[in-house]
Design a protein around this ligand. Structure first.
Ligand SMILES: *[C@@H]1O[C@H](CO)[C@@H](O)[C@H](O)[C@H]1NC(C)=O
Ligand SMILES: *[C@@H]1O[C@H](CO)[C@@H](O)[C@H](O)[C@H]1NC(C)=O
Ligand SMILES: [Fe+2]
Length: 453
């Protein structure tokens, strides 16, 4: 037994070393389809236990999201009525500051949600650990670290989580790496109409989502619309995952799309909505134009990244073409504003493209990356278009997560970490350099922005 374990550890080390080496051996111009084959998807986890809660006032499913440069929204649920109060401070067990927010709840078929609270706390100091408790409940103390106000800035990016054994592995790998914020391009719980699964998902992600801001946008699994009995889309998602759409430099009218700045404005993040109207003239399209124009006029924004659910570039046979209409409506706007990278989910695999625009490689277009590999119950998307087009730099059907470390105003390091059973293996890595700092892409930028408007 012990020998067997030791030899499989040795094998892992060899595999990790081999995959690290293969990185340096991949010629920059080659399109690579990784030969790695992972076992089938793991089953959905049983519904997680509710914490001991005799008075129904224990906070659960706690998560936080950034609001403007120095505030944080705390969101949580209690089974029974409880005050929407967050008490906080910089010392454990001592909460000199307090904010009371608001409470909502929703019904879906026969399901009645708990009391869903949120309160916005701040102003907060950057890079500082705060301790807090919710609903004045002495039962649980939480803590988070605020993001830094300057570069470097470390994002974790991963979509299509679900709540399986693979999700758990992904979360463990994320927990083991220092990061400032998590970005999620849609498909959170895979509740798929069974509302108690939103609750179990909230409990599953709470250890991470209560300690770093989780900024999410919606996927198709968030829609949960049914004819006649549930005609309103996004009921659970909007109630449970309220994002700062009405804050920031360009407030949006809808929780389904928004943008925000981090690192003192050095990075601008645009969360687009793949499942609400995006056509020219729609509120989302108008809002995006305003947002990009505002960013273009700001010299402090070194990097601009966008997230969508359905990918605009994809050589996987799963969901091929599902982002085409949105690409047609919005790609020109992002290109004109020199957006550096676009991250998508939906396809349950990893794929990184070179810089592309209008279906072709373009040195001034964004890097497109599909990162829908959080670990959901639908399993992996393994069938690819062959031969691999040259614009697709690397693709692999494995679960894992991505990290984007914006090092300074010109350089960001992207790495993709496969969940190789017990260790997070770096399987793909590339430097992304800021397009705004690239003179070749900015000779006629103001012209390009005007043109696309
Ligand atoms: C930014 O970071 C890159 C990568 O570490 C480095 O090569 C470059 O010199 C840095 N630029 C500045 C201005 O420090
Ligand atoms: C700049 O403008 C020229 C002529 O309009 C165009 O051909 C070129 O693609 C543009 N470059 C960029 C980076 O937009
Ligand atoms: Fe999806």
């Amino acid at each position: 037994m012990a020998v067997g374990r030791r030899s499989s550890m040795a094998l892992l080390v060899v595999l990790a070393a081999a995959s690290a080496m293969s990185l340096t051996l991949i010629p920059a111009t080659l399109a690579v389809t990784s030969p790695y084959v992972r076992p089938p998807a793991r089953p959905t986890l049983p519904l997680l236990q509710v914490p001991d809660d005799s008075d129904g006032q224990a906070p659960q499913q706690v998560h936080i999201s950034m609001v403007g440069p120095d505030k944080m929204r705390v969101s949580w649920i209690t089974d029974e009525d409880a005050p929407a109060t967050v008490e906080y401070g910089t010392t454990s067990g001592h909460y000199p500051l307090s904010v009371t927010g608001s409470t909502t709840s929703y019904s879906y078929l026969l399901y009645r949600s708990g009391k869903i609270h949120d309160a916005v706390i701040g102003p907060l100091q950057p890079s500082t650990t705060y301790y807090y408790r919710c609903s004045s409940s002495p039962s649980r103390e939480f803590s988070f670290r605020t993001p830094p106000a300057t570069l470097p800035f470390k994002f974790v990016i991963v979509g299509d989580f679900g709540q399986t054994g693979w999700t758990e592995t992904t979360l463990q790998h994320i927990a083991a790496v220092d990061h400032d914020m998590l970005l999620l391009p849609g498909d959170l719980s895979y509740a798929d109409f069974i509302q108690s699964r939103w609750d179990s998902y909230g409990r599953l992600v709470e250890p991470l989502a209560s300690s770093r801001p989780w900024m999410v946008t919606e996927g198709n699994h968030e829609i949960e619309k049914l004819p006649i009995v549930a005609p309103t889309p996004f009921v659970a998602y909007n109630a449970r995952w309220r994002m700062p759409y009405d804050a920031g430099t360009t407030p949006s009218p809808d929780n389904l799309y928004y943008s925000f700045d981090v690192a003192g404005g050095a990075v601008h993040v645009i969360m687009l909505g793949s499942y609400t109207d995006f056509a020219a003239g729609s509120p989302q399209h108008e809002w995006l134009r305003r947002d990009l124009a505002a960013v273009a006029s700001r010299s402090t924004a070194a990097f601009v990244v966008a997230l969508v659910h359905a990918p605009w570039y994809n050589t996987n046979k799963a969901h091929m073409g599902s982002g085409d209409a949105m690409q047609e409506a919005m790609e020109g706007l992002l290109y004109g504003a020199r957006v550096d990278a676009v991250f998508a989910g939906h396809v349950h695999a990893y794929e990184r493209f070179r810089r592309v625009y209008a279906g072709r490689e373009d040195p001034c277009g964004p890097v497109h990356i599909t990162i829908g590999d959080g670990g959901n119950r639908e399993g992996l998307a393994k069938r690819y278009e062959e031969p691999q087009p040259a614009m697709s730099a690397f693709r692999e059907a494995s679960f894992g997560h991505g990290r984007l470390e914006v090092v300074n105003a010109t350089h960001a390091l992207w790495t993709w970490h496969r969940n190789d059973d017990d260790v997070a293996v770096v399987a793909d890595q590339v430097w992304i350099t800021s397009l705004r700092a690239n003179p070749a892409c900015n000779k006629n930028r103001s012209e390009a922005v005007v043109e696309s408007e």
